[in-house]
Design a protein. Structure first.
Length: 99
């Protein structure tokens, strides 16, 4: 199901996916936009929404750039851009250790 969000004409393409306890809880979610003034000028609404929800919750946000396919992560208020796949895997394993 998650793969469908990467197909441009899919009804799930737009908006956020909320995952909790290894289950998809919601799709096509509209998130609050951060009002921070110190975000890099090149980040768009997708990144601002990820920072916004991270500011208001304990969510770990993963952003995939539609144009470049680059991965970014927001962990609380720390925006990490252009994360490589192996670094994302390490971060996820650290944040969500196997039981």
């Amino acid at each position: 199901m998650i793969e469908n969000i990467f197909f441009k004409n899919s009804p799930l393409h737009d908006g956020a996916v909320i995952i909790s306890a290894n289950r998809i809880k919601a799709v096509r979610c509209v998130l609050p936009i951060s009002e921070k003034n110190d975000l890099p000028s090149y980040v768009g609404l997708r990144h601002r929404a990820a920072v916004g929800i991270a500011e208001e919750s304990d969510a770990l946000c993963i952003i995939v750039s539609e144009q470049r396919g680059e991965i970014s992560v927001v962990d609380r208020t720390n925006l990490m851009v252009n994360i490589k796949g192996h670094n994302l895997r390490e971060l996820l394993n650290k944040e969500f250790p196997s039981q």
